[in-house]
Design a protein around this ligand. Structure first.
Ligand SMILES: CC(C)(COP(=O)(O)OP(=O)(O)OC[C@H]1O[C@@H](n2cnc3c(N)ncnc32)[C@H](O)[C@@H]1OP(=O)(O)O)[C@@H](O)C(=O)NCCC(=O)NCCS
Length: 190
């Protein structure tokens, strides 16, 4: 799936070398509430083997590649796809911090959600995000996600408890809210 500044391609085992560094980056790890122990290449390889074996029935994993230089800059997924109730969980990381704030996540989401609703015929996408992740929350609200629940002090990070926010995006809301694509990949100035 190709946009103006990035494309989504299937994740492959070779990407484990790139994402291993992201897994061990404390800022990213805490943002996604990831595994808190050191992640070895073997563990990362095993994770890839497990998810890629799924064959696309229950989850779909994509690398986000910059169209500027072809670098893998992030990853995104639909997981726990329920074909009867027609919903899926969603997650995204722009792992290369120097590429954040340039509209890459917004475009990747536009591509992925267009596929989820228009091709896979899902009717709902849901996610969980820590309440302190204001960046991600702003992005999700902008796409029409609504808060559907809150697990109070469910996450423990940096010596404090934080709420976990449950959010959902209905197909109908997405159709009316999807933001326009910005013109080019440029860093945010504000
Ligand atoms: C959250 C994340 C995916 C956003 O990716 P990104 O490529 O930087 O986001 P974009 O540049 O597409 O920005 C889209 C929107 O995100 C929000 N956003 C992005 N950067 C922001 C910043 N520095 N401050 C506040 N909001 C910001 C804004 O709503 C922005 O919309 P706008 O440009 O109209 O203001 C990225 O910061 C990231 O990977 N963070 C770490 C992992 C993570 O938190 N994943 C989500 C876990 S639930």
């Amino acid at each position: 799936m190709r946009g103006e500044r990035c494309l989504l391609r299937p994740l492959s085992q070779a990407d484990a070398q790139v994402t291993l560094a992201w897994r061990n980056d404390p800022a990213l790890r805490d943002a996604v509430m990831g595994y808190r122990f050191p992640v070895t290449q073997a563990r990362e390889d095993a994770w890839y083997a497990r998810i890629l074996q799924d064959g696309g029935d229950r989850r779909a994993d994509y690398a986000i590649e910059s169209l500027t230089d072809g670098a893998m800059v992030g990853m995104t997924h639909l997981a726990e796809i329920d074909w009867i109730a027609r919903h899926a969980g969603f997650g995204i990381i722009i792992g290369d911090a120097s590429r954040q704030g340039r509209g890459l996540a917004a475009e990747a989401m536009r591509l992925l959600f267009g596929h989820a609703f228009g091709v896979l015929n899902l009717r709902r996408i849901h996610l969980r995000v820590a309440a302190y992740n204001v960046r991600a929350l702003a992005l999700y609200h902008r796409f029409g996600f609504r808060e559907e629940g809150r697990l109070r002090e469910h996450v423990f990070l940096n010596g404090r408890y934080h709420d976990l926010v449950l959010m959902g995006l209905m197909r109908a809301d997405h159709a009316t809210r999807v933001p326009d694509a910005p013109a080019a990949e440029a860093p945010r100035t504000a």
